[in-house]
Structure formats: C-alpha cells, structure tokens
Design a protein around this ligand. Structure first.
Ligand SMILES: [Zn+2]
Length: 156
C-alpha cells in the first residue's frame, strides 16, 4: 500500500464541527484503519503538531494521535473520565488554525480511558502539557474547537 499524504481540514470547514463515531473493535484490525493511523502520525510529525484528531484529516472516527515529549500516543474511542479541579492557562495552537494562538484555561490533570491498537482498554493518567493536548484533541472528537475555549479578549 502506498502512503497517501493527508490534507489538514482548516477552520471554518463544517467537517470540524461534526461529531465522530466510535471505532468498532473489528475495525481496529482492518489494514485501512491501520493505514489511517500511520498516515495521521506522519501528518502530525510533518506539520510539527503535538496532536491530530481524525476530523482534522476528514475522517469521522473517534480517533486521535498525540506526540508529546518524544512519545506517540494513538487513542481510539478516548473518553476523559476525570478532571482535576485545579486549572491553568496556556497558549494553544491548532493545525486547523494555522499561525494562530489562543489562551485557554483547562484542568491540569485528566484521566483518559481509551483503546490501544490491540483493541485493549487502557488508562492514561496525564498532567501538564500532555493533559492539555489530550483535552484539545478529545474536544475535536466532540466537534469542540480551541476558539470555543479561548478566553475572551485574549485571542491573538
Ligand atoms: Zn486542534
């Protein structure tokens, strides 16, 4: 199979607002699905993003990839199970909003439940930057964009 370069869907494309559907367990073993995951990881790296959600490449699957501190995560059907009460504010970018940055307040810790590439349940306990990126990408899977979370008057 040949690698196909994925095109990033940019705001205000309506596709970014669509709710995704869960990946079926048997789909995870499908070569087409594995190819999509590999292409997403590649696109994320090429675009120097720290995360990429399936709707950003025109797929309606509940799937995202994250690359933080040299580690790559593939999250299938991720759900945030808990948030810390403590929040902080940090600047976020998004591949669907090139060259724009937004101040966003988010909980500093999250627990995420996801499936891995073997279709097994996995829990990720994250804090700091990883927690922020996970929240940003999982938002995409619910049609929520960084502009919805940006602090008013702080858009740059
Ligand atoms: Zn984004």
């Amino acid at each position: 199979m040949k690698n196909k370069k994925l095109k990033i869907v940019k705001y205000p494309d309506d596709f970014l607002r669509r709710k995704t559907r869960k990946v079926r367990k048997e789909e995870i073993k499908n070569p087409k699905f594995k190819r999509l995951v590999l292409d997403m990881v590649k696109a994320m790296e090429e675009e120097k993003g720290v995360g990429l959600a399936a709707p950003q490449v025109g797929s309606d699957l509940r799937l995202c990839t994250v690359a933080v501190e040299g580690e790559v995560f593939v999250l299938i059907n991720p759900e945030i199970k808990s948030y810390s009460r403590k929040k902080d504010i940090f600047e976020e970018g998004c591949l669907s909003f090139p060259n724009q940055f937004f101040q966003v307040e988010r909980p500093i810790k999250v627990k995420v439940q996801t499936l891995n590439l073997e279709g097994e349940k996995q829990k990720i306990k994250a804090d700091g930057f990883l927690a922020r990126v996970l929240q940003h990408e999982i938002d995409h899977l619910d049609g929520i964009l960084v502009i919805d979370r940006a602090m008013k008057g702080n858009e740059k």
